[in-house]
Ligand binder design. Sequence first.
Ligand code: SAM
Length: 222
Amino acid sequence: MNNVNTSVGNTSVGEEEYTLHGKSSITETLRGLTFQISANSFFQTNTHQAEVLYKLIEECAGIKGDGSEIVLDLFCGTGTIGLTLARSAKHVYGYEVVPQAIADARLNAELNGIQNATFVQGDLNKIDENFGKNFPKPDIVISDPNRPGMHMKLIKFLLNLKAPRIVYVSCNPATCARDLDYLCHGVAELNIKGCYKLISLQPVDMFPHTPHIECVCLLELC
Ligand SMILES: C[S@@+](CC[C@H](N)C(=O)[O-])C[C@H]1O[C@@H](n2cnc3c(N)ncnc32)[C@H](O)[C@@H]1O
């Protein structure tokens, strides 16, 4: 694939892409599921450690396994986390901004015979008061934003939603600490109260030989 990006930033999403040889997507296996990934869709760069990461996310999600729980998968990419959890959930709702990633997520659900997952394209930095009306109250929220972390609109939404459990996955310790602080202690300048407590925070070495680290944080409603 030749993925063309004319900006000078370090964005991984191209404006144009050309298939020079072979297929326009790659296929990966993770947690026993098969995922098809297009060039503009996010996928963990370290497949070996992604197994470790996703296993940890599953453990933190603590799904009962009786098929009764609703999972909200924010920043879902190609649906990887949501689809691994869908096997033991009632329904998974995934949100993601990149249309191609949402197309991949829907295809990945189909490829793996998973029917209890709905993937919706949308910008989580631009949610309004209608966000949340199209899915039932989740028992578990997974939030796996990119490096800027969560927008204040999303923080406010989560603090209002009061899901019993949030698994926050982050590749940027600075925005991770900021967002955990908002969720636990609120946002004083906006007079918003926090309502979560941090139960665990486990770093995962997703980017060996670099200063970067991924963290999986489990929060529970106070
Ligand atoms: C760190 S990746 C996680 C993807 C997925 N959870 C996974 O494990 O493969 C972050 C994802 O957030 C998406 N994203 C970035 N900004 C967004 C926004 N404003 N609204 C919704 N999704 C966004 C990216 O396209 C990317 O797929």
